[in-house]
Every structure is written in structure tokens, then in C-alpha cells.
Design a protein around this ligand. Structure first.
Ligand code: SF4
Ligand code: MG
Length: 336
């Protein structure tokens, strides 16, 4: 089947003074038009790096990329810098976490929204300014014609995030990548921004990749979810699968509970002990094994030696079935 975006066996490695960082280690996923894929994981899980690779924003001097990224039939991993630059803004765009670094303090908000419209679609100054006003209105800035000449510091944090979305969407891109787009905002504004993205998606049919460490952010926004750990996808499913019946111990940790242990009660879990592994020297076998409370229960040291495979479609990369893990968990919390 033809997906709008198809990522297959993606590997991204950086050369550093200390050695090779395996930032993305064999990642595959698909995304269709009008859909949102949530990529969830802690910092250092490879989720941001994946998306920089899709956009071609990695540093080509120290980065090696292998695998396939096919966007609307076009292969991106081998594409030239020039091709990628053309695609960015026009066909794909990015919403960053921090509007203060993404927006220049020296230019008006309107000019920064108008610029990609002129550059990619050849619009005149006047057309682009009108379009900037239109876009500010679309993202919910009241009286946009009176705000178009404001500088970023004259906007609140939430308004700047809206302006950044206006800038990303000004050329009607087919793919928007939003990396922690609401992390810097308070909860109410977060919800407004996520609603806004969803509304704009319904209007334009753009595909969205939403990168976050927060399962709450994907709950009402994503269709499908990939959970990443140490540069690998460890679980994938629909957003309902991931929130209601997650299978990987890491996903249980992110969620803070083991679901459906009994009919009605979720069992709260302590936060995952330890920290994400160094990608200079990733753990052998299952990358989660140094932190996993189930690793010792799997025979033959398999977790430390054998890499579990993530199945196609719904599933998780673990040597144990969810049922086996729940049985072990019950024994662990209720010793006879
Ligand atoms: Fe834990 Fe082993 Fe499953 Fe990895 S494969 S998540 S270490 S039980
Ligand atoms: Mg990040």
C-alpha cells in the first residue's frame, strides 16, 4: 500500500569526539494524509533526530543516514540539500518547541509569516502580507490586521506559538512536524494549541507528526502512536491501544500504571528507575533491559543478549507477552 509518508529501517548516526552515536536504530513507520502520528519517548530516544532527518535539517558533515524516507513518492534520504530546502516550507514544515528561538526578535511577526509565502510560492509583498493577516486570523489572533506588524516580544507565549503555527502552515504544507509544540505553555493554552492544530488539519488535510514525551498531549490529537526508546520503536498501535492497553514495560512506565490488571483497577507504578541509556554505547539485547523489572524473569539472559523484534502493525518489542508480564507483576507485588 502507498502511504503518504513511509519511513523504512531508518538509521541515523552521528560521529562525535567520543565515538558514534546511534541516535536512530532501525525505525519504520507510515503516515497517511489527514492523520496524526504521535512519536512518544523521553529525551534522547531519537524522536527529534528522526524528524530532523525527514526534514533534512541534520548536519550532513557528521551525520550518516541509512534506510528509506519516502514522502509522496519522493525518496528523501538521498535527496540533495537544494531539493530538501525546496520541500521544507512548501511541502513540509516544522513547529518548534520554543517560539522565542524559532522566531527572530528583529522582524515583525507578519514579515516572518509572509517570507516563506513569497519564497516558495512567488507571492508579491502585498499578497504575502494579506496572507499573513489571514493566517494570523486562522490561528486565532484577534484583530490580526492590527497585530501583523508587532514584534514577537509583543506577543504572549501562547500567541507566539500560534504565530509559529501560522508560519508553518502558510504554504499549505502536506506534512507538519510539531516537536514538543506545547511543552513551554501552561495546560489551558496547551489544549487550545492542540485543538487549533487539529482544526487546521481538518481544514487542510495535512499529515502531522507530533513529537512529545507526554502521553497526555497525544490523547486527543494522535491517530497512531510510536513509542521510542534508545533510538528504536518499542511499541506501536492506535492511540487507544497505547493509552488503554499498552504492552511494553517502558510504555507502562510512561503511563504510570499497568492497565487492566483487574477489571476496574489500574495499578499505579513507580516512575521508571534509572535513566535513558547512552546512545554511544547502547545496551545489548533489549535496550530497556537495564531498567526493566521483568528482565530477570526471562530465561537464559535473553533480555541482555537477544534484541526483541517489533512486529508489523500493533505490537511491542518484548520477549514476554503482556499476559506473562502481568502474571509476573502479580507475583512480584503479592508474594506468597
Ligand atoms: Fe523487559 Fe526483556 Fe521485555 Fe526488554 S525484552 S522489555 S528487558 S522483559
Ligand atoms: Mg527533543
Amino acid at each position: 500500500s502507498e502511504h503518504f509518508l513511509s519511513v523504512r529501517d531508518l538509521y541515523v548516526q552521528f560521529a562525535t569526539e567520543d565515538g558514534t552515536v546511534k541516535a536512530v536504530d532501525g525505525l519504520s513507520f507510515d503516515l497517511d494524509r489527514g492523520k496524526t502520528l504521535g512519536i512518544v519517548g523521553e529525551s534522547g530516544s531519537g524522536k527529534s533526530v528522526t524528524n530532523l532527518a525527514i526534514l533534512g535539517l541534520h548536519n550532513p558533515r557528521n551525520t550518516t543516514i541509512a534506510g528509506e524516507i519516502v514522502l509522496d513518492g519522493q525518496e528523501l534520504t538521498g535527496a540533495s540539500t537544494k531539493t530538501l530546502e525546496k520541500l521544507r516550507g512548501k511541502k513540509m514544515a516544522m513547529v518548534f518547541q520554543d517560539s522565542l528561538t524559532a522566531l527572530s526578535p528583529y522582524y515583525t511577526v507578519g514579515r516572518q509569516i509572509a517570507e516563506p509565502y513569497m519564497k516558495h510560492l512567488g507571492a508579491s509583498k502585498k499578497e504575502a502580507r494579506d496572507r499573513a493577516i489571514e493566517m494570523l486570523g486562522k490561528v486565532g489572533i484577534p484583530q490580526p490586521q492590527t497585530r501583523v506588524d508587532d514584534y514577537p516580544h509583543q506577543f504572549s507565549g501562547g500567541m507566539r506559538q500560534r504565530a509559529m503555527i501560522a508560519m508553518a502552515l502558510v504554504c499549505n504544507p502536506d506534512l507538519v512536524i510539531a516537536d514538543e509544540p506545547t511543552t513551554a505553555l501552561d495546560v489551558t493554552v496547551q489544549a487550545q494549541i492542540l485543538d487549533l492544530l487539529k482544526d487546521l488539519q481538518q481544514e487542510t488535510g495535512t499529515a502531522i507528526i507530533l513529537i512529545t514525551h507526554d502521553l497526555g498531549v497525544i490523547a486527543n490529537t494522535a491517530d497512531d502512536v510510536v513509542v521510542m526508546y534508545a533510538g528504536r520503536a518499542v511499541e506501536r498501535g492506535t492511540v487507544r491501544d497505547i493509552l488503554k492497553t499498552p504492552e511494553h514495560p517502558y510504555a507502562w512506565g510512561l503511563l504510570g500504571s499497568i492497565p487492566r490488571l483487574s477489571a476496574s483497577v489500574d495499578v499505579p507504578l513507580a516512575p521508571i528507575p534509572g535513566s535513558p541509556p547512552s546512545l554511544l554505547n547502547p545496551p545489548s539485547g533489549c535496550p530497556f533491559h537495564p531498567r526493566c523489572t521483568f528482565a530477570g524473569e526471562v530465561g537464559g539472559d535473553r533480555c541482555a543478549t537477544e534484541r526483541p523484534v517489533l512486529p508489523e502493525g500493533r505490537g511491542s518489542a518484548c520477549h514476554l507477552t503482556p499476559e506473562q508480564k502481568r502474571d509476573i507483576f502479580i507475583q512480584q507485588v503479592q508474594p506468597r
